[in-house]
Design a protein around this ligand. Structure first.
Ligand SMILES: [Zn+2]
Length: 246
């Protein structure tokens, strides 16, 4: 690092600079009106978090793809933790991956847990590590918030299944407004598709179901494309760190 400063010191002095303040505002704008943390989608995004920790990956300290909006709690739990397996991150990257491929929602407790992969006969390693690092299965406020959101989504879908021909666009709008915790991904791209009342909607109203699933996937392509795709093969502690210019 220049001037003998540690990565933490470099970041601390850059954090208040205009370019980094602008990045923070942009991340909040991209997170939507709720400005939720990109890891837990429960608490308010309070700061910029480095997906690859700045201490081990100083050359990623100012890389756009490495900067996430994060709540205080997730930031504290994650800290500098960033385990790899075969050179690839074991933490779910919320900007480049569908989290519900690796995570599951437990409707009996409200907890976020690792997703079981029947092909492996085991829980996904990435899901397990992500849950463990961020304590997603033991945060009371997170579980309580997820349960409230789940009940709202469930009630809306239950009501739709009882209608002969629910309006897919109106249903989509109501579900999006009710989804405070990103659980629509679990309903339409995760194991929720096999759970009542979502599985019933899928069978009894396939067109509405298809519309909801398509709209979920198309809506979630946009932030991923805008935020770019990460490169996963770089070695930590690479030389030639870049720094923000004030
Ligand atoms: Zn969080």
């Amino acid at each position: 690092m220049p001037s003998g400063k540690t990565p933490a010191e470099v970041w601390k002095s850059a954090r208040q600079s205009k370019p980094i303040q602008c990045v923070f505002r942009l991340l909040k704008a991209m997170a939507g009106k709720r400005e939720r943390c990109m890891y837990c989608e429960d608490s308010h995004g309070a700061d910029i978090e480095h997906f690859r920790p700045k201490t081990s990956y100083p050359n990623h300290m100012f890389t756009w793809e490495n900067l996430l909006l994060c709540c205080t709690e997730c930031g504290r739990f994650k800290g500098d933790r960033f385990p790899l397996k075969d050179g690839l991150p074991l933490l779910v990257d919320p900007t480049a991956e569908e989290p519900w491929q690796f995570l599951d929602f437990d409707p009996t407790t409200g907890n976020i847990v690792a997703r079981f992969d029947p092909a492996l006969g085991d829980w996904t390693a990435k899901g397990g590590v992500t849950v463990e690092i961020l304590h997603l299965n033991s945060r009371e406020a997170l579980a309580s918030g997820c349960m409230k959101t789940y009940r709202r989504l469930k009630a809306l879908v239950e009501s739709a299944t009882q209608q002969p021909a629910p309006n897919p666009r109106e249903l989509e709008k109501s579900l999006q407004e009710a989804d405070d915790h990103g659980l629509l991904g679990w309903c339409f791209a995760g194991t929720g598709i096999h759970t009542e009342p979502f599985s019933t909607l899928r069978k009894t109203h396939p067109r509405a179901w298809q519309h909801l699933q398509d709209s979920y996937f198309s809506a979630n392509k946009m932030p991923m494309q805008a935020h770019g795709k990460r490169e996963h093969e770089e070695e930590p502690r690479a030389k030639g760190a870049k720094h923000a210019k004030d």
